[in-house]
Design a protein around this ligand. Structure first.
Ligand SMILES: Cc1ncc(COP(=O)(O)O)c(C=O)c1O
Length: 360
């Protein structure tokens, strides 16, 4: 029998989360962000699940859009980083993609692109994150100078630095900076990502761009808010016990022997490691679920295996399923143990782990 390490993708959770978040923004249209292989869930899987409810998809780079087209996905795709090279302008039109222009260089590429081969564009505004986009002071002039590139699709887009934190007023500052400068331009706008659409409803505009929340990640630092919006984990990462041993008090486990048994202990070895995307930074005590009970990671995460302490659980046998995160163990809890965020854990599940899409 093959290794039982799998990422189960819950299609109903993906669909329901998208519906929940988009229905919170009644006056907006929402698109699913499926860049980075849909945050590790499989872009083609997620596109197939959402293609009839998400009127656009967003990806980071054109290669991601091309892969979706080759899989038969026809929904228009917004490419959030726009073109990385001049030739991607014509390519975007060919693949029915909308390029987000964030620099003068990209606009020059567009101006040089044959008119019949130009794609639709959006324009990115830097409202304070200082990563990509035209400054709020320059955007009026950018629009004025590039009228020939604008179409009925053209939307002004900005991105938030701290929208997951409802106590951080910087989001309000960004909204104000953006709105002041774009109000007179009479173009559609797009501000909210999934944390903003939950924590900052005033940022919901013509288009919302929903990523993490669609996958059931934690969209608010405030637990009252995150528990009020019911989102379901879209991925269960699971593996199985491949070996069991009893060790005596004082024995060390794994590389560097970073955990030692305080009493005679039963150790289960599980077939998943950092080469699968389970974070090497997870410390002793990181939770897993086995036989309906929580157990703790003990010893260092190896490339292909982890070890867990199952002393307190009866009848553990090889082949038993172990949940690393998903329906019972929240990915946010594991992320916090590993000193990282849900986004990183989701996107790092490696290609060695088969994604199995489950409907219901
Ligand atoms: C420009 C842009 N919009 C939207 C999103 C989606 O954000 P989230 O996953 O927080 O909903 C991202 C994700 O990083 C992004 O870079």
């Amino acid at each position: 029998m093959s290794r039982q390490t799998q990422a189960i993708i819950h299609a109903d959770a993906v669909l329901q989360n998208f519906r929940t978040l988009s229905s919170m923004a009644k006056h907006s249209q929402s698109m699913a962000v499926i860049k980075a292989d849909a945050y590790g869930h499989g872009a083609i899987n997620v596109a197939r699940i959402l293609q009839h409810v998400s009127p656009r998809f967003a990806v980071a780079i054109i290669e991601e859009a091309v892969a979706l087209r080759e899989a038969g996905i026809t929904v228009p795709i917004v490419v959030l980083e726009g073109a990385h090279q001049a030739k991607e302008c014509a390519m975007a039109a060919q693949y029915d993609c909308i390029l987000v222009m964030h620099s003068y260089e990209q606009l020059q590429w567009m101006q040089k692109c044959e008119v019949s081969k130009r794609p639709h564009i959006w324009l990115k505004v830097d409202s304070g994150m200082h990563r990509l986009g035209f400054s709020t002071d320059d955007i009026e002039e950018v629009v004025a100078q590039n009228q020939s590139l604008l179409t009925n699709e053209t939307t002004l887009v900005t991105h938030f630095a701290s929208a997951d934190n409802p106590d951080n007023d910087f989001t309000a500052t960004q909204i104000a900076a953006f709105e002041t400068k774009v109000a007179s331009l009479s173009l559609p706008v797009s501000l909210a990502n999934s944390p903003a659409s939950v924590n900052w409803p005033q940022s919901q505009a013509q288009w919302n761009r929903l990523g993490l929340g669609v996958y059931g990640g934690q969209v608010s630092t405030q637990s009252i808010i995150s528990s009020a919006v019911q989102l379901f984990p879209a991925m269960t990462l699971r593996s199985s016990v491949i070996a069991l041993r009893d060790i005596a008090e004082g024995e060390g486990v794994g590389y560097g022997q970073t955990w030692r048994a305080q009493k005679p202990s039963k150790i289960a070895t599980v077939g998943i490691g950092y080469a699968d995307g389970y974070p090497r930074h997870c410390p002793n005590g990181t939770p897993v679920m086995i036989r309906g009970q929580r157990a703790s990671l003990v010893g260092r995460v190896s490339m292909d295996m982890i070890t867990i302490d199952v002393t307190h659980i009866n009848n553990v046998t090889t082949g038993d399923t172990v949940e690393l995160w998903g329906e019972n163990i929240s990915i946010s809890e594991v992320a916090s143990c590993a000193g990282t965020i849900d986004y990183e854990l989701m996107t790092r599940v490696s290609s060695r782990v088969p994604r199995i899409v489950r409907y219901a």
